[in-house]
Design a protein around this ligand. Sequence first.
Ligand code: NCD
Length: 379
Amino acid sequence: MNPGLKDEKMKKDLIDITDLTTEEIDELIAVAEDIVKTPEKYSEVMRHRKIATLFYEPSTRTRFSFESAMLDLGGSVIGFSSPTECSVSKGESVADTARTAACFADVIAMRHFKDGAAFVAASNVDIPVINAGDGGHMHPTQTLTDLFTIHMEKGGFDNLTVGLCGDLKYGRTVHSLIAAMARYKGVKFILISPDELKIPEAVKTDILEAQKLDYIETDNLEEVMPQLDVLYMTRIQQERFRDQASYERLRDVYILDNKKLESAKPDMCILHPLPRVNEIAVEVDEDPRAAYFRQVRNGKFVRMALIMKLIAAYDSAKEKGETLEKPSQDNAEEFPKNILRCGNSRCISGIEQGLKPLFKKTESGYRCIYCDTKGTRNG
Ligand code: NCD
């Protein structure tokens, strides 16, 4: 039924890249490579299966690649590409919209402007939910795309020096990529951003410091360029700024051009999740090191592998009369809002009806289970 995939127990959903073990990531990359070589082997495996793409936020690559992935597996697609197209515009909750999609589809891919939205969807349905980007939080399938591309371009992950440049605060792809690359041996991170757009505290304490990773923070791209094996450029996330003036001040802070690339390694690989605004000059597209359009193409192959894997795990559990576990709320504690509340104004817990404010205890205090932000104590 699913060529090349092991029938093993895995999580029902992909909400955060850490939902996948390193072995599972390696397997997805190996299957994606095989799909590139022999696409015909996979062209019917998802016959009569459907993906629901629930996109509350604009997308070009992510939605196209999810939909093409399912179509190239012989399946079909339902969904919406804007919340104005469905009952969301009437005020329907994420939970109810997900439950409705689950009546018709075998898997859901959801993009939402609120952090933690995919977690809420996954907690309310039995079928697999894939986080296609939740606010400024996480974007695990972009990370699978990035990993697959790094694997294709560099042959592996160990001992790479990875420069992440631009909006490290709101850029969700960066948060997921750090969590994934952190697992490989000898990886060094160079975090390049202006002070206002530095990596969030949660990523720093929970991943970089907790795992004692080698990382430095700087605002100077030119200075670190010669050290880099991979340069991951990102867009300044205009839509997540509270005031336009700060965006205007920071928008063109890094522009990669041919001149700046003169000091880069001849085999450095340039990635960008896209869309780009101004951060990579068009002249760079001709440089053989520019891998960002190859990266777009790669996104479909890893998503094909992921859809097969999640549906295979779901089918196998169903056959055995089991149900796969929903996102963990283990040890989560509920606090009245006047005692502790999520400190993140972009968290789904601020808008979703009936959602319990739940927190998990971590070494650095209580964190919201939906968006990982520290709880704010009142009084
Ligand atoms: C990214 C996203 O939506 O987070 N794009 C993508 O999915 N390929 C990056 C961005 O919007 O800047």
